[in-house]
Design a protein around this ligand. Sequence first.
Ligand SMILES: [Cu+2]
Length: 112
Amino acid sequence: MRTGELGFQITAAIVGGLFAGAALGAAPYTISQRDREFRPREVIIKRGETLRFVNDDGELLHHAYLSADSFDFDTGDQQPGSQVDVVFSVPGDYTVLCGIHPKMKLGVHVTK
Ligand SMILES: [Cu+2]
């Protein structure tokens, strides 16, 4: 076994343990917005992977956005039952916010 393969397996085990249910390499990762919270509140993905923002919060609107120097997106007002996919193409540590609920925060760590 080459070193690279071993390294990958260790990484997979760590990520799998932290984020059960999100299979490594299987895109997209689903982010729930139920009860005015992003769930999970923190996620680690690789560059080029996708987060799927699902509004599963009853009758409430949500509006996820990110504004950083190197990367930004804006889902617009998101209707209940809808979903928006966002590809994170730039490595970095980001905080996604909701334009409607200021307390909603999602930490996104995009590795190379
Ligand atoms: Cu919201």
